[in-house]
Design a protein around this ligand. Structure first.
Ligand SMILES: Nc1nc2[nH]c(SCC(=O)O)nc2c(=O)[nH]1
Length: 282
């Protein structure tokens, strides 16, 4: 899979990994929560991430960090929809919406979103039906064991990779049943979503296992506790660890790298790509 079809006839080429810039518009997002709540500063930040080389902007109105409280539909809509409209009005960039609520998905798509990024993999009521109505919109299906509130209390797998791949197969089957073509789909093993530290590093190390579905796979480990707990670093001291993780994920087949620190990640991947191109040019 080297390209993802998007609305309005656009194509996202995925011959080499692309960077997805995180733009959280939530008061409690663990990393930059509260700093981009004003619409104009959020649009400005999106433009900054694009100028730094992000190919996708991922807008999140609901923090799904472990233990996060639920966000009402009204609050999530108020946070996300104005930003999608403002960004779409001023840019042709690829807009992803990080949500599990079907009504947020619907309104975001109408407002111009290109990708629905769902950490609950379209399992919430109405979600799969909405995406079936908009066949040109791409979808990221992420694996999570449990729910954000409880997922980190003693995660356990009989067989980590088999369990995740069975989940992907089940979700792909559900999408196919609903008439959603697999060419629209991105898979994501969900770093930190019902995984121990060891699980996260096993997933990173064998990331290419998920390529068996011949679909793009997304890696989202930026500034997460798998970095912080390993290195004993606070959230704003996790850049080096996050860059190491981004590079390893890319080398192990990830096609979309979801990060806070876009410029630094783009630079790291550029050095890696130059190295690879040098080899293949021989
Ligand atoms: N697809 C995808 N979406 C996400 N949304 C978040 S929110 C928590 C955080 O950024 O730490 N994580 C992820 C992820 O790993 N994959």
């Amino acid at each position: 899979m080297t390209a993802l079809k998007l609305p309005r006839g656009r194509i996202l080429r995925l011959d080499s990994p692309v960077v997805m810039g995180i733009l959280n518009v939530t008061p409690d997002s663990f990393s930059d929560g509260g700093s981009y709540c004003q619409l104009d500063s959020a649009v400005k930040q999106a433009k900054t991430l694009l100028n730094q080389g992000a190919k996708i902007i991922d807008i999140g109105g609901e923090s799904t960090r472990p233990g996060a409280p639920d966000v009402s539909l009204e609050d999530e809509l108020d946070r996300v929809i104005p930003l999608v409209k403002a960004l779409r009005a001023s840019s042709d960039c690829i807009i992803s919406i990080d949500t599990s609520k079907s009504e947020v998905m619907r309104q975001a798509i109408i407002a111009g979103a290109d990708i629905i990024n769902d950490v609950r993999a379209l399992q919430e009521p109405g979600a799969i039906e909405v995406l079936a109505q908009y066949p040109e919109v791409a979808i990221c299906l992420m694996h999570m064991q449990g729910q954000p509130r409880t997922m980190q209390s003693n995660p356990h797998y009989d067989d980590l990779f088999a369990d995740i791949n069975e989940f992907f197969a089940e979700r792909l089957g559900a999408c196919e049943q609903a008439g959603i073509q697999s060419e629209r789909i991105i898979l994501d093993p969900g770093f930190g979503f019902g995984k121990t530290l060891a699980h996260n590093y096993q997933i990173l190390n064998k990331f290419d296992v998920f390529n068996q579905f011949k679909l793009p796979v997304l890696a989202g480990l930026s500034r997460k506790s798998m970095i912080g707990n390993l290195l004993n670093r606070d959230t704003n001291e996790r850049l080096a660890g996050s860059l190491a993780g981004a590079l390893i994920a890319a080398q192990n087949g990830a096609k979309i790298i979801r990060v806070h620190d876009v410029q630094e990640t783009v630079d790291v991947l550029s050095v890696w790509q130059a190295c690879i191109k040098g080899i293949t040019n021989e």
